[in-house]
Design a protein around this ligand. Structure first.
Ligand SMILES: *Cc1c(COP(=O)(O)O)cnc(C)c1O
Length: 389
């Protein structure tokens, strides 16, 4: 059956791809060894540095974010290496299980999925590691399953305070281009990114931003690696090329996305996300529902996870919203399956799209028979109506 109007894809990735990017990708394929490709290659390889805020080369993979997770681990670590990870939620858990399967020895600091990283706890664990057996600390910047963002400078400071030499690996798959992030300034060794969330692109590209220390570690790291090896990809990248066929049309899109982010300005983009997140939280509180994230300083500006009232199914609610208002919300993952729904408010998004989203939610609550108070939409509207300077 035809559904008129635009579908509202309000999951925290993949996000709505702006028409301008779709048009930029609508190009014939080309010879990826040609001079014309080299120009596109250099444009994106240089441009992406400004998004990670790094002066150094970034590796771009034709893969989803999971590929760049693997690249970060296999390029820097050796079999049996201890890595310290922090259970912020589902994505941290997946990264840990990948580390296990690769033959690393991840240690998981347990979390309750309702806050970000407690840097003091992390620091205590590192301080106990007197002989520096821990080779890397892995942190998810924005935990997409819970809507909690962790402070990377706080993690860095905890490591520096005791002079722990471990590498710092950070997953920014759902924060890059939505939430302030600074690879160089924050002293991160490998930053993992993906195309389909804040960068407004379809899925299929992922990234490693790499520090000098991480490049050094790669020289002695012995985990088997071939496709993910930085050596060749960084060497060909110097002239704008790739060691294998790159995802050419996604790179056209990436070039456009980088231009768009510069036109709006990264600082402006972060403020826009902060504002939409605040409006969303006001709506949720207005409905009398509970935000999953319990630490206000960890609230995510990219998405909001909402707890369903006891005895009500989040998935049943999402189905009503999907069928009756043509809007897709994010589901609860693993530990919080059917207990939460997630509202994505990241990427190419504006005030009226947010008000459409929140209106669909309020109408959905009514139709699904979920106990709620009216007025959430009004609370968000009042906030967004305040003049922005
Ligand atoms: C989406 C996401 C991933 C997984 O990325 P894929 O592109 O699905 O492989 C990993 N970490 C975080 C934080 C994410 O949001």
């Amino acid at each position: 059956m035809r559904k008129p109007g635009r579908h509202f894809l309000q999951i925290p990735g993949p996000t709505n791809v702006p028409d301008r990017i779709l048009r930029a990708m609508d190009m014939p394929t080309m010879n990826h060894r040609s001079p014309a490709f080299g120009e596109l290659g250099l444009r994106v390889l240089t441009g992406i540095r400004t998004i990670f805020k790094t002066e150094r080369a970034v590796a771009i993979y034709p893969a989803s974010g999971t590929g760049a997770w693997e690249a970060a681990l296999v390029n820097t670590l050796s079999p049996g290496d201890k890595v310290l990870m922090y259970e912020t939620g589902h994505f941290a858990s997946l990264w840990r299980s990948m580390a296990l399967r690769l033959g690393l020895e991840p240690e998981f600091i347990a979390g309750d999925w309702r806050r970000g990283v407690d840097a003091a706890r992390l620091g205590e664990r590192l301080a106990a590691d007197k002989d520096h057996a821990i080779k890397a600390v892995c942190v998810v910047h924005n935990e997409t399953s819970t809507g909690c963002t962790s402070s990377i400078p706080a993690v860095r400071a905890a490591m520096d305070a005791i002079g722990h030499p471990a590498l710092l690996l950070v997953d920014t798959i759902s924060s890059l281009g939505s939430i302030d992030y600074r690879h160089d300034e924050w002293g991160v060794d490998v930053t993992v990114g993906g195309s389909q969330k804040g960068l407004m692109l379809p899925p299929g590209l992922s990234f490693n931003a790499i520090s000098a220390k991480a490049l050094d570690a790669a020289k002695t790291a012995t985990l088997p690696r071939a496709f993910w090896d930085w050596t060749e990809i960084l060497a060909s990248g110097e002239t704008g090329y790739f060691p294998y066929t790159p995802a050419i049309n996604l790179l056209y899109g990436l070039a456009e996305a980088i231009d768009m982010m510069h036109e709006e300005g990264l600082e402006q983009i972060f403020l826009r996300h902060d504002r939409h997140a605040e409006a969303t939280r006001r709506a949720v509180r207005g409905w009398g529902l509970e935000i999953l994230c319990q630490e206000p300083e960890h609230y995510s500006s990219a998405l909001t996870a909402v707890l369903m009232p006891e005895g009500h199914s989040a998935d049943a609610f999402r189905r009503v919203v999907e069928e009756q208002f043509d809007m897709t919300l994010g589901n609860g993952l693993s530990k919080v399956a059917d207990r939460v729904f997630r509202i994505g408010h990241l990427g190419d998004f504006n005030d009226l799209m947010l008000m459409g989203t929140l209106s669909g939610l309020e109408m959905g609550l009514e139709r699904a028979g979920v106990p709620y108070r009216k007025g959430g939409v009004q609370a968000a509207l009042d906030y967004l109506a305040e003049p922005v300077n």
